[in-house]
Each structure stands twice: as C-alpha cells, then as structure tokens.
Design a protein. Structure first.
Length: 156
C-alpha cells in the first residue's frame, strides 16, 4: 500500500496498461457500433450533412481507425502513432458533433466530456509511451539486442 503515497514510478506500467485497456476498448466499441449497428454508409451520410469532404472515405477511415486502432492501443502496438490519430479523431468529433451539446447534456446525450477524457488518455500514451507491458516494448527489446546498438546505449 506504500505505492499509494510514493512518488516512485515503479508501478506506472500497470497504470499505462489499464489506461490502454480502457481507452482502447472504448474505441473498439465505438468503431464496432459504426460498423455493425449504425452502419458505415449511414455514418458517411451523417458526415456529409456536417460538410465533411469525401464522407464515404472518411466514414470508413474513422471506423477502421477506431476498431483496429483501438485494438492496437489495447495490445500496445504502434501505440504513439495510433494515439495521435485517435486524439485527432476525438478533436474532430468535438468540433463536428459534441461542441453544440457542451458538458453533461440534460438530454442524456454525451457531451464533450467523454471526448476530452479520451484525448487526455491518448495524449498520455503519446507522450509517456505504452509502458513496459506492451507489444511495442517487446519489439523494442528485440530490436535493441544487437551489438550495433551498443554505441547508443553506452554499452561495450
């Protein structure tokens, strides 16, 4: 329990793992609903009404980013790139959809609060990385084992 008051980062990998699991799952579910419940063509029509150019292309791009990108965030693969793309996705969602709702709508619709929380999660992953419990870290370790990397790590 000492870790609750410690400033040590020894347990930060668990926090980053939980953050990735939650934020990634939210995106997979959002994309999955666009893919199978709402329908990508209907999502494209909604984008067209908002004035988005190439709405069919962006409907598919956003849907696939959310499903595949969310899964990649969960496992920690290409984490920083995907986190940046998902943060941009959430900024666009705010500008096109939730900005008119504001915070905590009385109509029951989600406002900007969920988008802002997800932006915070993805920016944390972007700047902090995915943590040690991730595919990225496993691949990084595999790449960094060769003798040619010694000059960068201060090794022999």
């Amino acid at each position: 329990m000492a870790f609750l008051i410690s400033s040590s980062g020894r347990h930060s990998q668990w926090g980053l793992l939980l953050l990735r699991l939650i934020a990634g799952t939210v995106m997979v579910v959002a994309g999955w609903k666009k893919l199978f419940d709402f329908g990508v063509p209907a999502f494209g029509k909604a984008l067209a009404t908002e004035g988005v150019p190439l709405p069919e292309f962006f409907a598919w791009a956003v849907t696939l980013l959310e499903v595949v990108g969310g899964a990649f965030i969960i496992i920690g693969l290409l984490s920083r790139i995907i986190a940046l793309l998902l943060a941009i996705d959430m900024v666009v969602a705010i500008l096109l959809v939730t900005i008119d709702i504001g915070f905590l709508s009385s109509t029951g619709k989600s406002g900007v609060e969920l988008n802002l929380l997800l932006i915070g999660a993805y920016l944390t992953i972007l700047f902090a990385g995915p943590g040690s419990i991730s595919v990225d870290r496993a691949l990084e370790g595999r790449r960094g084992t060769g003798p040619s990397d010694a000059r960068f790590t201060g090794g022999p």
